[in-house]
Ligand binder design. Structure first.
Ligand code: ZN
Length: 261
């Protein structure tokens, strides 16, 4: 989009927010243009800036990953995790129709099934966090999951009034304050949202694209890049040679002679 990397000083597509002061939610950034960052030419000059849309799928994937990671890290600390809690979580996931398992990865660290978008939505919406973490902390975490789901559903709406967008801004700020609160107690911070979530995003993207992980080069022994390029090549071939990619059903109306010539 003609901007610098997401971790550069002036990263934003719409405003001149600086990376080192973006944490300050009291500052206002008028939405206009980022004139500070003109280093790279636009990749697609034909597409107007206002026609770019935020990638809500990856917003969902990244933030729900962080939420689940925070929650599980709390549970891993408990002595009874391996013998009791682990299977309770797996059963609870099953009860909301999500296939989910914990397993041990390298270095005896716990890992878990990487969920796709639709399953993540179910978890955010229905998983009873308070059954596993008691008191205020459990309630806060559950609220974060539910409220994030609501915020996500809001941005997916097609028609939004200005007043609704203002209300959304307030709710997002409240959500961030709530996210920071349980973490401050445990001496954690927003560093959870580091560049590693972008790597995770890319991983998820590849995973979505191929329906499976390609870590370690994939199963066919071909590089992922080659797979993607072959796929895109085929798409281009279809486009150039007018090959139909789906079955087209045409209704021929005998009465309507004008359109049948
Ligand atoms: Zn901005």
């Amino acid at each position: 989009m003609g901007l610098n990397a997401p971790n550069s000083k002036y990263f934003c597509l719409y405003c001149e927010c600086e990376s080192n002061i973006r944490w300050d939610m009291n500052l206002k950034w008028p939405i206009n243009k980022n004139t500070q960052s003109k280093k790279k030419p636009k990749l697609f000059p034909v597409i107007k800036q206002k026609n770019y849309i935020p990638d809500e799928l990856h917003l969902l994937l990244c933030i729900s990953d962080v939420l689940m990671e925070c929650f599980f890290n709390d549970l891993f600390k408990k002595k009874e995790f391996e013998w009791v809690i682990k299977s309770q979580i797996e059963q609870t996931m099953k009860s909301i129709q999500v296939h989910f398992e914990f397993f041990k990865s390298q270095g005896e660290k716990w890992d878990w099934t990487s969920l796709m978008g639709p399953d993540k939505k179910k978890v955010l919406q229905h998983f009873p966090v308070t059954n596993f973490i008691s008191g205020r902390r459990g309630e806060d975490i559950q609220k974060l999951w539910r409220n994030f789901y609501d915020l996500y559903m809001f941005i997916r709406q097609t028609d939004l009034k200005d007043s609704e967008i203002d209300d959304f801004e307030i709710k997002v700020k409240e959500w961030i304050y709530l996210f920071c609160r349980p973490n401050q107690e445990k001496n954690l911070s927003l560093r959870f949202f580091s560049a590693s979530s972008i790597e995770k995003k890319n991983h998820n993207q590849v995973q979505l694209f191929f329906g499976g992980t390609t870590m370690g080069g994939g199963i066919k022994g071909k590089s992922v890049v080659q797979d993607i390029m072959e796929f895109e090549n085929r798409q281009l071939f279809y486009l150039l040679n007018n090959t139909s990619q789906e079955i087209q059903i045409r209704n021929i109306n005998v009465e309507d002679k004008e359109n049948n010539n």
